[in-house]
Design a protein around this ligand. Structure first.
Ligand SMILES: [Zn+2]
Length: 408
């Protein structure tokens, strides 16, 4: 049987960066390569109903090994990585018995305690880092590896009682569009947990409401020598558009329950310029107000130029799932108990992000999010604590036991 670290590192070798502007699912065909590998691994473990569907969802089923009636639980992790940082040619490196000091990822690239004080707490543990030129992909390949290892444990220890368990590895979480393609006939569960967080004592069930905006400006290119009164430089108009959005509603100025508009990318020429934004707020009414602002600015600019040169495409991604848990708090409690039994203090904080669970919850499957032991996601300093990842396997096994114990 493969160990959890080898599994994780093998997953990082496949570049599964998802693409924001893609209309396809998966947005990166490489996600199928990882999906096929996971399909093979699930079959090796002897799971049932193992398949990869056309949208690149991997499914597997581990039937109960007990007569006790209990809920069917699902576990999910996403296969894609964020396009905020390159996910190509990832060179994962293990640091054993980490000394708690600054880490030289490669020559001249440092993860410093001064900038990332949390790393000091990892002293004495084994960690995995990058070479400083790519992300690591612990988000969320650590989640995939943990689920695989949990299944390995359960299959090789039939004395551990468990109910029906379904797992799914999913595409395109980072662009918010993947999970809507899940086949709930393949993933028939009472509730589920994503393993897509950081700290292993965290259980998240309050997230942002999320949308995205695609702003396109159509300019008018003319030789700059003859431009007076005629040229419309799309790049300039796009910068003007951006400047009209509220300055202090950017991620770098917001915290806690404050929402933001975040430009994640832009490109352009005189002829055409475009930008992508993500829009976030815990409060759904405020999110709608932010979306409306994009339309108001579009109308304002178009009016100024007397023609439709700006287009705004708005899309909803996921919703805050908290309200859905009001009468289902046992799903949170089962995880709290599992975390406590492993000797940690469970913590639930409003997440300044979202997970596939946010959407799944509104599709009828309550799905809070658990940790993986990863840190500093979406950047070159991303790292994964191996000890915590292994601890998470124990927590999930505790959780599976709690579900049996609770019964139906
Ligand atoms: Zn993630």
């Amino acid at each position: 049987m493969k160990n959890i670290v080898d599994r994780f590192i093998s997953y990082t070798l496949i570049d599964t960066t998802s693409a924001e502007d893609s209309e396809k699912c998966p947005s990166n065909p490489n996600e199928f390569i990882l999906a096929r590998q996971l399909e093979t691994e699930l079959k090796e473990l002897g799971l049932q109903d193992v398949k990869v569907d056309d949208n690149c969802f991997v499914y597997g089923y581990l039937p109960a090994n007990t007569d006790k009636k209990c809920d069917t639980v699902g576990f999910l992790a996403h296969m894609d990585t964020s396009n905020a940082t390159s996910g190509k040619d990832i060179k994962a490196r293990i640091i054993e018995n980490y000394d708690g000091k600054d880490i030289e990822l490669s020559e001249g690239i440092w993860t410093k305690v001064e900038d990332y004080p949390q790393i000091a707490e990892l002293k004495g543990k084994d960690i995995i880092v990058t070479d400083g030129t790519t992300l690591l992909g612990a988000d969320d390949k650590a989640g995939v590896a943990i689920i695989m290892d949990v299944l390995t444990e359960l299959v090789s220890h039939p004395e551990i009682e468990h109910g029906n368990i379904r797992v799914s590895f999913t595409p395109d979480e980072e662009i918010g569009s993947g999970i809507s393609h899940i086949d709930l006939n393949e993933f028939k569960v009472d509730y589920a947990y994503t393993l897509d967080g950081g700290n292993i004592n965290a259980i998240d069930y309050e997230t942002f409401n999320a949308a995205s905006a695609h702003v396109v400006v159509h300019g008018n290119s003319i030789h700059p020598g003859d431009a007076k009164g005629r040229m419309i430089n799309a790049c300039q108009v796009l910068m003007d558009f951006h400047a009209m959005l509220p300055v202090f509603e950017r991620p770098e100025f917001t915290e806690k329950r404050e929402g933001f508009n975040h430009m994640v990318g832009m490109s352009g020429t005189v002829e055409k310029a475009e930008a992508y934004y993500i829009i976030r707020n815990h409060d759904s009414a405020l999110l709608e107000k932010q979306k409306k602002e994009f339309e108001n600015i579009r109308d304002h600019v178009n009016k100024m130029y007397g023609k439709q040169i700006v287009e705004v495409g708005l899309r909803n991604a996921y919703r805050n799932m908290k309200e859905a848990f009001a009468d289902k708090m046992h799903i949170i409690e089962l995880a709290n108990k599992a975390i406590e039994a492993a000797g940690h203090k469970p913590v639930s904080e409003p997440v300044r992000g979202g997970t596939d669970g946010s959407q799944l919850t509104f599709m009828g499957i309550p799905t809070p999010n658990l940790g993986t032991g990863g840190m500093f996601y979406h950047g070159n300093h991303e790292l994964l604590c191996i000890d915590d990842m292994k601890e998470m396997v124990k927590i999930v096994i505790n959780l599976v036991g709690n579900i049996v114990e609770r019964g139906q």
